[in-house]
Design a protein around this ligand. Structure first.
Ligand code: SAH
Length: 402
């Protein structure tokens, strides 16, 4: 492996249901070896230019990797034999390793994925009639420490590599039978069954604090030669890292979701501590710009915590604050996490809150809780943080929940 690039990213051999794979390092370049999994079109074209190959090689390899689910260069039959041999020496395709795979009573599926250096993250698939949403992680742990979120309690481990982010989509597509698992490419073949119709960056971590790796992964989600999703079907969720919202718009304007959770700064400071740095007025101004520039509506997430942020005064204040922002509000019933003082608001309280928003002209839905029996619901993902920074935190939720 001393001279290889991983076109996919991740590490470890086997475990993904296919033939054994070389051991990688989570997607970084290792003394000349490139992980091709995490390279978007431009990067892949650059990689091929570097070895004297024409740009269309990037298209061919992207299709093999992401549409056919093929990780072995030798199986890429429309590449010259000499090129295949060369790729085997200088590149690699290494997905994360599935270390546990659980299915909920409601059909939700959760994978625990092993990464380099003993880290682990979780990825969740949520099937609904007519659509399938994959919830992807962007960091090992999280630094933002929102008071109601299990991931935050672990502390921050590290950023995921682009290959480890897109590797979650790659693996899920294989596990769900979306790609033909390495069958020879038949150009006339149309993959009609699309298990994954939407991707949300709502798993572990704060994606806007790992934008350099999140952007190439999202570009692959959008690329017609990879996963071909429209911008409206890829959603990035942020706790409100305001300056990065503008960067996102410049680099890869997908749908934006914002974890608001409170209409006033004093309360939001408590629930979402990054609010002390970027208060609500600044956040909403950035949202307004983003919505106008991209001609989209911002989704505001609002976790319903009994007696904390769920009274009608909060609802009325929220209506006021969101005036002039193209918005819809997703109310999320709180999902219990260990050692939390919070309780979920009762359904009738959530419904009354929603009615205030609706009568104030704000589109609003209550998100149905999914995968709760396997700890796969919003805010329940923990994976495993091995990085030193996190191990020294007092409240590390050690180990995985799978
Ligand atoms: N860091 C990003 C991405 C995580 S998205 C963000 O904050 O948006 C996960 C969503 O689930 C966020 O809206 C988060 O606030 C919410 N969430 C976290 N913990 C939760 C819990 N225990 N119950 C319900 N929702 C929760």
């Amino acid at each position: 492996m001393s001279d290889v690039t991983n076109l996919l990213g991740g590490q470890g051999a086997g475990g993904y249901g296919g033939p054994p794979l070389p051991v990688g390092d989570g997607g970084r370049r290792m003394s000349g070896v490139t992980n091709l999994l995490g390279l978007d079109r431009d990067a892949l074209e650059g990689f091929f230019a570097g070895i004297g190959e024409r740009p269309f090689r990037a298209t061919q390899v992207m299709k093999w990797l992401h549409q056919q689910g093929v990780a072995e260069f030798q199986a890429m039959s429309n590449l010259a034999k000499t090129l295949r041999a060369r790729l085997t020496e200088i590149a690699t395709v290494v997905p994360p390793v599935v270390t546990a795979d659980r299915a909920s009573r409601d059909g939700t599926r959760k994978w625990l994925l092993g990464l380099a250096r003993g880290d682990a993250v979780e990825t969740v698939f949520i099937p609904e009639p007519g659509r399938g949403t994959l919830c992807v992680s962007s960091q090992v742990g999280c630094a933002l420490d929102c008071s109601f979120c299990a991931t935050g309690k672990q502390g921050f481990g590290r950023n995921l590599e682009a290959a480890e982010i897109i590797g979650q989509v790659w693996l899920a597509a294989r596990c769900l039978g979306q790609v033909p698992r390495g069958e020879p490419l038949i150009t006339s073949r149309v993959i009609t069954h699309r298990a994954i119709t939407n991707v949300v960056l709502m798993g572990m971590g704060e994606p806007l604090l790992n934008l350099d790796n999140v952007v190439p992964a999202m570009r692959l989600m959008l690329d017609d030669n990879a996963y071909g999703l429209s911008r409206r079907r890829v959603t990035l969720s942020t706790a409100g890292v305001v300056p990065q919202i503008e960067r996102l718009r410049e680099r890869c304007p997908v749908s934006l979701a914002v974890s608001l959770h409170a209409p006033v700064d004093a309360l939001r400071d408590e629930l979402v501590p990054i609010n002390k740095r970027y208060p609500i007025a600044e956040l909403l101004a950035a949202c307004r710009c983003y919505a106008e520039a991209t001609d989209t509506r911002i989704t505001f997430e609002y976790v319903m915590l009994e007696g904390v942020n769920d009274d009608l005064a909060c609802a009325r204040e929220l209506v006021k604050r969101l005036r002039g922002v193209p918005a819809k509000v997703n109310l999320i019933p709180f999902n219990p996490i260990p050692q939390s003082p919070y309780r979920r608001s009762p359904p009738e309280v959530i419904e009354r809150f929603r009615e205030v928003l609706l009568s104030g002209g704000i589109m609003s839905i209550t998100r149905r809780t999914r995968g709760e029996d396997i700890d796969a619901a919003c805010g329940q993902l923990v994976g495993k943080v091995m990085a030193r920074a996190a191990r020294h935190r007092p409240a590390v939720a050690a180990g995985a929940t799978l």
